[in-house]
Design a protein around this ligand. Sequence first.
Ligand code: DGJ
Length: 741
Amino acid sequence: MPKCNRSHLFCALLTLILVASATAQNPAAISFNTQTKVFRIDAANQTYAFGINDKNALQPVYWGQRLGATDPLAAPHTNDGVASFDSSPTTTPNEYAAWGGGLFVEPALKVSFPDGNRDLVLKYVSHSIRDNELTITMKDIERDLAVDLRYSVDPATGIVGRSAVIVNHTKSVLTIDQAAAATWNLPRGTDYSLRYLTGRWAGEWNLQKQAILPGSIVLESRRGSTGHQNNPWFAIERGDHGDEDSGEVWFGALAWSGSWRITIERDQLQQIRVTGGYNSFDFAYRLQPEQKLETPVFYGGYSHHGIGEASRMLHRFELASILPQAPKPKARPLIYNSWEATEFAVTEPGQEALAEKAASIGVERFVMDDGWFGQRKDDHAGLGDWYVNKEKFPNGLKPLIDKVHALGMDFGLWVEPEMVNPDSDLYRKHPDWVLNFTGRPRSEARNQLVLNLARKDVRDYVFSFLDDILSHNQVAFLKWDYNRNWSEPGWPAVSPEEQKAVYVTYTKNLYGILQELRAKHPGVEIESCSGGGGRVDLGILRYTDEVWPSDNTDPFDRLRIQDGFTYAYTPGVMMAWVTDSPHWLNNRSTSLSYRFLSSMQGSLGIGANLNKWVAEDFSTSKTLIAAYKDIRETVQHGSLYRLVSPRENSEVSVTESVSIDRHQAALFAFLHSSQMGYPFPRVFMKGLDPQQIYRITPISGVAAKDTPATASGTYWMSHGIDVELRGDLQAAAFKFEASAN
Ligand code: DGJ
């Protein structure tokens, strides 16, 4: 960018023209070079290239920073292997390697034919390019098994989506033993490290980092759903010097909410590859003649501005391309949820009293949680019986819903559609509807069993009771919970050979129900919750507007939970409630403003027992909720900068969100505990427009006395700002607004 010494307006115009012309010169493009037989996907700052090699296999060529349009990318050649132990299929990088011909690395596809043949070697047949989509058809060297490899590209971020469709054109039934969506190949190297997310109930979203050494690292869920323990996201950095803003990062996320696996390998030739898709553990999918299996999509992207930019790319992509309301999702309404206040003890007057209090502070959506249906007094009974409990709501839900509407809020309801308590009318009537192996124990967790959604009758039942609730009540929102993982995943109603398809069919039916419900009730929004963050992935996010990251609402723990969450997912879907103090989990006491500021970094909600609040709590909340509404668009849909991470027992934590037009920013600073009288470290903002003048306004807390009321973006980013924070569990937040002068 040239130096600009004239007026700000002139500079701004010049910048606009330059950016516009750069975009015009650099539009997204998918091309095929007929000489070299190389495919190129160029978009945003990324080039992804692979070609048809001398053996007609698809071989990766390049993935990284966008190359010049005329940069030469030579035709790929097979590697003949370095010894008799390292055969060519293993040493030659492959876009989508089938298990056959001597492949020892992780295959993308493995099949068994009925005659005992398990050898599969895929060759290029044809391709088509349409707009931002490329499809390549591959076929086995001998059998009529075809695989369509699909590529799509997001022009704004360069993120590429890859999936495979496996089609059986033979005359007999075959079995797919293993199927990935894609293999991502990185440039050969020895200095890579992997970031990934681990967790457990009430302790999700821990960011891990480890060197990628020779061998394999497996991230997975065998649980039937995404799981708290690993999340289907990865980021790989090259070298030791990468941080939030610098370094090369290759990242990816698998859009699948069933059992999944991502394998990261470094092989004997220092080749790095990441293969992800269905988990092959206990997996088998039979394909009848002319039947096909479509894998989930595995998205991949590249940033050369560090992991911070990689996260922002994913956030933008999720908002603009994944969420059901994409490309312009509505900001999350401010919700009140009754769970922590009442647990199962919901009643009409009790909920109405909470609703009145919630409305008085600016809540926009009132959500009644668990306990309103069947014989649900605790978690021992009732799941599956989706009729309103007459003892608790003698006149149905209408009086409560009307009251909530009269208070100016919309109404949301908790459901857990995929589960059943053995103590329920549904289970007594249909004991065969759950996952089970005939004659074997049915292991309960939270006193419940998993309904087998792969069964058509179960799928239809679940759709119809939800459709019924939505058709007969003015419900604007469903909190869709899922509180256990699978055990004994049998499906006795189909033949033994068909049963393992449950891992695919269950999840596809879940998506189908969500899709159909949304189509029939277009105004309804849905939250994905699984005992907290057990089902968060790009698959479920196609059908749900928000997610519940964790049952742990301790505002201090939440700093770390939310920090980890944002590596993969946008704050625009990250629900964060203000709850009671001391907190039920850690018995930690925090001020109401600390709790608010922690939650205001995401999509704010209230989950406290408002019946215990005093007048001052209501007035503090009212003020902070009004302040949040003013910055909500920036926090939820803007660019997030993790300025100081709360990880590794950091005493401080700072985040900043900048609106897309860079006119507004919000800064949140947290102090765990003052030590030795040290002042809070100076905060250097990021992502502001250097030329713009921004006015600082405190939302809560104060800046140092000599902080100017207005200063340029350069000032806030280079000079920085001193925040006055001392003591234990303190927090401050500021709004920055660009002004003309
Ligand atoms: C688990 C969820 O994560 C909680 O928020 C709450 O909805 C309970 N289930 C209700 O049973």
